[in-house]
Design a protein around this ligand. Sequence first.
Ligand SMILES: [Mg+2]
Length: 202
Amino acid sequence: MIVTKDLTHKWFTLFAEKVIQEKEQLSEYDRIIGDGDHGMNMARGAQQLITLWQAVPPVHLSDVFKQAAMKWISGVGGASGPLYGTAFLEMAKAVGAKEELSNDELVTAVKAGFEGIKKRGKSDIGQKTMLDLWAPAVQDLEKDELTMATLQTALTKTNELKATKGRASFLGDRSINEVDPGAASSKLFFEALIEAGEFGGN
Ligand SMILES: [Mg+2]
């Protein structure tokens, strides 16, 4: 898949819309294993990004990632603000001045986002976090595909994990079979890519 600025703009706009739509559900997940603010926090950044782009649409491909990073870092708060903000910023850096990405370059950018989350959160896969959605998505993208089935399977597997990172880890075994809110919002992020993109299998 070739990734243009327009496709990326559509990707992030769909993501922002989904976050706003799913705000209550995301906060409900967070109420069970966290502090209940994930949907509200994420929706604040999403709304700010939509408002910005209604006034001034992004010009360059890297603007999409950079502007999303700024809104998440300055507007979202909680743990998700810095984590998504870092991911988007690392993606912007990986994109640099390119105005179009090959599939390999998309993979490089998403991997850079994944590594950013890992570093910022001092976390790794298997801890019931966003990373457990991002890792299988990267594996799919490496094959130039991404399917809803992959995302659903990844979320189901993440639900079964015990949280060993973040606030949810305080619950220990009681976090098993609950949904990690960051994994749920990350599923929306990649669903938006599927909808914006043109993958063979979809
Ligand atoms: Mg929270």
